[in-house]
Ligand binder design. Structure first.
Ligand code: FES
Length: 647
């Protein structure tokens, strides 16, 4: 009779194995990633799996716990010291006795809490660049004068299959002490970024060391966000964020580039500031996760091109002017110490590649996360900041560009604009009959027309309008006829409503008449029109490159996207016509991309390869951009129809 059939979930890999084969060995043979620090000695507990019971007609398998060997003495011993969750088994000890469906628990779930407004929970399959390998090294022998580290290498080759190992030089002086501390048993951390790269021992601990962590970090111009993740389970143990201290050198990216150009020490000061902030965040996540800095062995970063350069200590001046030359566009792999990041002394870092001079490693991270290159659907991905980064494509072809939207979407350049903070108006509705508004203020529970609003609002204050509400208020003004399709505030409405105020030669809309008058002026509407026209023209340019009339699905990455209502974005024509249910905010997709690259080195190759194939379009050099921009000034657009919006 045939050998038992074993099916691994969630990967779906399957194969036949002789009775008595350990489940771990079967997983290895099939290339299913199951962690194992102790090398099958039943001491690390990292190799846990679960047997699914039942008939799996589709796969032709009946799986049952009777088809796996009963708990043996080694596994019992482990369970006595450390608990094993109900139903779980150590795959290194459990052997195959019959057909099995084996579940490899994936703790590496990016859940909706971590990625705000993420469409759904998502599992990242693990295969990190750093592994822990426990070995028992032969004691020294006068007759076989092979060095301590060389004998360790022999064992790492025999038990773990690593050949051509190199050892981080800093370990040479410490190795003998470490080897002798626990009777020639050690755990080696081995870094191997890709299948072809040379494996390197980057850290050593006496005996069994069962902790290894990594950080995934998104360096934004305004905020820096970090996750601390267990490389052994994939679990996010802590997350934190801080504002980028470079803000004191300049609010937006270009002002930071000019700071570097004007000040001889400018570059150095900004590099120092961002590295310091990253280091403080490491302290924070370590403290809240109860993790030692020296247990962090890998770190992955994403950033826009200017942040990327400043973090690496590269002068970003070239990025401030055409042709926007990056010093380096490919992925960077180096030691953490090379960028003055003190983690484990052997820790490594990896920076995702940049796509173009204005489309950075953050856009690469978002691309990795959302995966336009993995689908048949035509996917549009936008990350709106001072520059909008735009990626459009599918499995066949992907193009990218950036468009100078300016800071209007973030509330700057708007008379009553402010950052999203308590006191800022965040939602707006305007009654098309009376032109009376209702709105919602950050920090106040009720809408403006609900009971208790006035008292609550008095405490918080109403101080301005944040970016998402500016989109809404302009869209509502358009829908209620306060502004025309050209974006002109209609003065004739003043006769109809006291909300329309005369303002010299133009008119404004009075949104709130309180201690602080909150108005939307003609200039505000213009600023939004300019920003949205730049975004739309950039998108349209890419659509023309790919010769597509419509997009199938839209992803809004970044904070801005998390708060705006897709409907209003379409009413104003920020984005092209699309099924509303296909417009999704994906939160910090760049950060999710960093997490994926941290937890699975194959994702590093995937994005490196994808980025080389993405066609880069420089909007400034495209003669057609100007016309697209002019057409996009109208609401929602002078030439393009929005049929989905009407339905
Ligand atoms: Fe360590 Fe199974 S591999 S307990």
């Amino acid at each position: 009779t045939a050998d038992p059939l074993v099916l691994f979930m969630p990967s779906g890999k399957r194969g036949h194995f002789p009775v008595g084969t350990s489940v771990l060995e079967a997983a290895r043979t099939l290339g299913v990633y199951v962690e194992s620090v102790c090398g099958g000695r039943a001491t690390c507990g990292r190799c846990q799996i679960e047997v699914q019971e039942g008939q799996f007609a589709k796969h032709g398998i009946t799986s049952s716990n009777d088809h796996i060997s009963p708990v043996g003495p080694k596994e019992k011993r482990y369970a006595e010291v450390r608990t094993i969750p109900q139903g779980r088994r150590l795959s290194c000890s459990a052997t195959i006795q019959g057909d099995l469906v084996v579940d490899v628990p994936q703790d590496a779930v990016v859940n909706a809490q971590v990625v705000r407004k993420a469409a759904s929970d998502r599992v990242i399959e693990r295969n990190p660049a750093v592994h822990l390998c426990y070995v028992e090294v032969d004691e020294p022998d006068m007759h076989k004068p092979l060095g301590d580290l060389d004998r360790m290498k022999v064992m790492l080759e025999r038990d773990w299959g690593y050949t051509d190992l190199q050892i981080e030089p800093y370990l040479l002086a410490q190795a003998q002490k470490i080897l002798r501390k626990e009777n020639f048993t050690v755990t080696a951390a081995i870094h191997r970024d890709s299948v072809t790269s040379r494996p390197t021992v980057i850290a050593l601990w006496p005996g069994l060391h069962n902790e290894a962590y990594g950080i995934a970090c998104d360096i934004g111009s305004t905020t820096i966000a970090m996750h601390l993740v267990s490389l052994l389970s994939g679990r996010i143990v802590a997350s934190s964020g801080a504002s980028n201290p470079q803000i004191r050198f300049g609010e937006d990216l270009m002002s930071r580039v000019s700071y570097v150009m004007m000040n001889p020490d400018g570059r150095e000061a900004m590099t120092k500031a961002v590295r310091q902030a990253v280091s403080e965040l490491v302290d924070q996540v370590c403290a809240s996760g109860g993790v030692a800095r020296t247990d962090i062995l890998d770190a992955v970063f994403v950033a826009n091109p200017i942040m990327h350069h400043l973090f690496l200590g590269i002068d970003p001046t070239e990025l401030g002017q055409a042709p926007f030359a990056l010093a380096v566009s490919g992925a960077i792999s180096c030691k953490a110490l090379d960028i003055e990041l003190s983690l484990n002394p052997g820790a490594r870092t990896y920076l995702l590649p940049c796509i173009a001079g204005h489309v950075g490693a953050d856009a690469a991270g978002a691309t990795l996360s959302e995966g336009p290159h993995r689908q048949d659907k035509m996917m549009l991905m936008v990350d709106v900041g001072t520059n909008a980064e735009i990626v459009l494509g599918n499995r066949e072809r992907t193009v990218a560009a950036s468009s100078p939207t300016g800071p209007a979407f973030e509330g700057a350049e708007i008379s009553c604009g402010q950052r999203a903070a308590p006191g800022a108006i965040e939602r707006v509705r305007i009654d098309p009959e009376t032109l009376e508004p209702r709105f919602k203020v950050i920090g106040v529970e009720q809408w403006s027309d609900e009971d208790g609003f006035t008292e609550a609002a008095e405490k918080t204050g109403i101080t301005g309008i944040c970016g998402s509400a500016i989109i809404e208020v302009v869209a509502e003004m358009y829908l209620s006829g306060v502004i025309s399709a050209d974006g002109v505030v209609d003065g004739a409405m003043a006769a109809k409503s006291p909300r329309i105020l005369e303002n010299g030669r133009t008119f404004s809309y009075l949104l709130h008449d309180g201690a602080q008058k909150i108005t939307v002026t003609q200039n505000d509407v213009r600023a939004i029109q300019l920003a949205k026209a730049a975004l739309y023209a950039g998108i349209k340019l890419l659509m023309e490159k790919l010769e597509v009339e419509t997009v199938d699905t839209i992803r809004f990455a970044g904070a801005f996207g998390s708060f705006i209502d897709p409907k209003y974005a379409m009413v104003l024509g920020l984005i092209p016509d699309c099924e509303l249910s296909e417009v999704k905010a994906v939160g910090n997709a760049a950060g999710t991309g960093a997490l994926m690259a941290l937890l699975n080195r194959d994702h590093r190759r995937e994005i490196e390869d994808t980025v080389t194939r993405i066609e880069k379009i420089e909007t400034a050099l495209e003669p057609h951009f100007q016309q697209l921009f002019i057409d996009a000034m109208a609401l929602p657009n002078k030439v393009d129809p929005f049929p989905k919006l009407a339905s």
